[in-house]
Every structure is written in structure tokens, then in C-alpha cells.
Design a protein around this ligand. Structure first.
Ligand code: LMR
Length: 388
């Protein structure tokens, strides 16, 4: 039977981890996968996480099943953080725990395909490379439009508008809430407002990918345009990841939130989510979600976490500023957000940076700024000199 299987391409992003690991050069620079590193090149466990883990270790009395929706204390603790205090207790908004943001996206895709088999999702390109296989494997149809111009390093908003104007009612529009992956080019507040009006007028369903809250402009600012959009649309799905902002990567912590004002419809939606999750993973892994719940339900730990996250965000900002100072041709880095920017480099140029300088980045030209140490800024700026 297995003879019928076709060869599959390896994941080019994850492959960078292996390639970088196997490179013996001591001065190599890893700007590949989206993982935050400190000045020493480590991805430490956050102190708030360590403290919550100690509490968990000492207080957990059972590891029996929690249920398909996971830890609802975790889901409810996230609601004010993600959607604002005003929505605490709002019955139109709820969620289920998922294994990471990818699990949330996949669950959303399965739900959408069950609601309307082969439904169309409008995807601005470039986007996170896993969006395409993830949505297509669930049975959805993808309509691409150009979101970003690599040469001007800006959003092609006319393209976004045209996509929204052409999408028939009931189509889905995939949006990045903040820290656009892979370009760092987010919509402006005015553009978000226009997107919100078009979604409302044309009955389009926003599917929002929110994986980097707090790593762009701050916890509140990063979600504010999405919160405004949610005031204008009756229904939306939000795939959330705690993997980056709580640095819990391998623990796979996420949630799929849904907004739906109609009570009967919302109950049916939830019933379908738990029914789908049961066949996908039965129940999500508990540990990381329990840690996040403990942090968010303890004022001192929550403060410690948001301070640590601020330090991470400030480091990324200062790396962006230092690179621009070292190489003014990279000025666009200053107005982009989050871990990523995409340089207008060809795959050959990316390969040459790797072979000649030991600088690892995605073949698309995406670089993860959070992989850089301040001391490496002049090295990267000099290596990029011929191209800008
Ligand atoms: C990335 O884009 O580098 C991260 O989201 C890691 C991943 O799973 O691809």
C-alpha cells in the first residue's frame, strides 16, 4: 500500500534548523525559524513560566483527562488579554484550547470545510508557508492575491481591497493580526477599518492568525485593530498561539477563539469544534496551557511575564534600529513589525549568504531578526552591502 505514496518536499523552514545545526562555523548566524533568542543566542524559559511550572509541579494532584476543549480556565484567562477587558464574560466570544497556533488553524480549516466543503479562503501572498498546505489539506480552496511588494517593502493595499471586493459572500479572508509573517508589514489602522467595513458589507468571514501578540508594538497595541474589526463583523475565527509570547514553543500552546452572536449557532459551532478535535488529537496537551492559566490568574506573575515580553520586544526593536544605522539601505526595517522582514533577495543570493558568510535565512529572503545578537549587526550589514 505504501508504494502508492508520493515523495513529499521537506519543510524548507524547519530544514534550516538541521542545516544550521550541522554547520561547524562558530560565527554562523541563525535568522531562520521564528524563534526568539537572547543576546547569547539562547531561547530561555521565561522566569514567569519557570515560577508557574514550580507552582504547577507542587499543586497538581491529577493528570486525568480534562476533555476535548482542553483547559477552559486557560481559554477564559486569555480572553481579556487578547480581546480586551471589555470582552471578559461576553457570551458571543469563546474558544477551545488547541495544540499551538497550527492546531488552531487546522481546526478552523476543518470546521470551515465542514460548514461549506471546498469553501474559498483569500490569502494574501507572501504568507506563512504552512498556511497553504494546512488549508488545502483540510479541503479548502485558496485564492491568492499579492499582499506585499518586496521592492517597495510595503503592503499593496489596492490588491487587498480588490480581493475583498471580488470575494462573494460567505468566502473567508485570512488576516494576520500583527507582526505579519513573513514581511513584518502590517495593515495601518485606516486599512484595518476599510477591511472591517468590506468584511461586514460583503459578509466575508475573517480567519485571523494571531501568533505574535506583544512582539510588535505591545500587548494592547498589537490587538487593537483586530478588536475594532470584531466590532463590525458578527462572526470570526481567531487562531491564537502562546508559543512565541510565552516562549513555550515545544509545549504547543494555543487556542481557537470564535465570535458568534447567535446563541444556537454558537452552540452548534462549539459542538462541531469538539467533535472535530476529538478525531484530530482527542485532547490538547495540558502542561503549557496550565502554565499560561497560572501566570494570567496571578497578578504578580502576569506582570513579570509582560515585563519579560516587553524586554524581548524592545530587543527586536533595537536590532531593527541598529541594522538601519549600520546600513541605511535597510531603512524599511524601522517601519515593519515583529520578528520578521523579507529582504528582496533571490534564492541564489540567500544561498550565497549561507555558503559564504554562514548567514541562515529562509529562501524567500525572510529573516528572523530575533535570531541576531547586537554584536553580529555589523557582520550582517556588511554581508548585505552588495545587495542594497
Ligand atoms: C516560523 O514561521 O518560522 C514559525 O512560525 C515556525 C514554524 O512553525 O514555521
Amino acid at each position: 500500500l505504501f508504494a502508492a505514496l508520493k515523495d513529499q518536499p521537506s519543510d524548507s523552514l524547519l530544514e534550516l534548523i538541521q542545516l544550521h545545526g550541522a554547520d561547524p562555523r562558530t560565527d554562523k548566524i541563525d535568522l531562520g525559524v521564528g524563534v526568539y533568542k537572547d543576546e547569547q543566542g539562547h531561547t530561555p524559559v521565561m522566569t514567569a513560566v519557570k515560577q508557574a511550572e514550580t507552582i504547577l509541579l507542587n499543586s497538581q494532584t491529577s493528570k486525568s483527562y480534562l476533555g476535548t476543549a482542553g483547559d477552559m480556565g486557560f481559554v477564559e484567562a486569555l480572553i481579556p488579554v487578547v480581546f480586551g477587558e471589555a470582552r471578559r464574560g461576553d457570551t458571543a466570544l469563546s474558544g477551545v484550547q488547541t495544540p499551538g497556533g497550527t492546531g488552531a488553524l487546522r481546526l478552523a480549516a476543518e470546521l470551515l470545510n465542514r460548514a461549506r466543503p471546498g469553501a474559498t479562503v483569500w490569502v494574501g501572498t507572501p504568507t506563512w508557508i504552512n498556511h497553504f498546505p494546512l488549508l488545502e489539506d483540510a479541503g479548502l480552496t485558496i485564492r491568492e492575491y499579492r499582499y506585499f511588494d518586496r521592492n517597495t517593502q510595503s503592503v499593496i493595499f489596492a490588491g487587498v481591497r480588490k480581493a475583498l471586493e471580488s470575494a462573494p459572500p460567505g468566502d473567508i479572508i485570512l488576516l494576520h493580526a500583527c507582526c505579519h509573517n513573513p514581511t513584518g508589514a502590517d495593515l495601518s489602522p485606516e486599512q484595518w477599518r476599510e477591511v472591517a467595513s468590506l468584511c461586514a458589507e460583503r459578509s466575508l468571514l475573517p480567519l485571523i492568525d494571531l501568533a505574535y501578540q506583544g512582539l510588535g508594538q505591545g500587548l494592547e497595541a498589537d490587538c487593537s485593530p483586530m478588536r475594532d474589526l470584531l466590532k463590525h463583523v458578527p462572526e470570526a475565527l481567531i487562531a491564537y498561539s502562546c508559543n512565541k509570547n510565552f516562549a513555550l514553543y515545544r509545549d504547543r500552546v494555543g487556542a481557537l477563539f470564535y465570535q458568534c452572536g447567535d446563541e444556537a449557532r454558537r452552540e452548534r459551532l462549539r459542538g462541531n469544534l469538539v467533535n472535530l478535535a476529538r478525531t484530530l488529537w482527542s485532547m490538547p496537551p495540558d502542561h503549557g496551557a496550565a502554565v499560561v492559566r497560572l501566570i494570567l490568574s496571578d497578578a504578580a506573575l502576569a506582570r513579570m511575564w509582560s515585563d519579560e515580553l516587553d524586554t524581548m520586544r524592545r530587543r527586536v526593536h533595537s536590532l531593527r534600529a541598529a541594522l538601519v544605522a549600520a546600513h541605511p539601505g535597510l531603512g524599511f526595517l524601522r517601519w515593519q513589525n515583529g520578528l520578521f522582514s523579507t529582504l528582496p533577495l533571490s534564492p541564489e543570493e540567500v544561498l550565497s549568504l549561507r555558503t559564504q558568510h554562514g548567514i541562515y535565512m529562509a529562501a524567500s529572503g525572510r529573516l528572523n531578526l530575533a535570531g541576531l545578537a547586537t554584536a553580529q549587526v555589523p557582520v550582517l550589514a556588511a554581508a548585505l552591502e552588495p545587495y542594497f
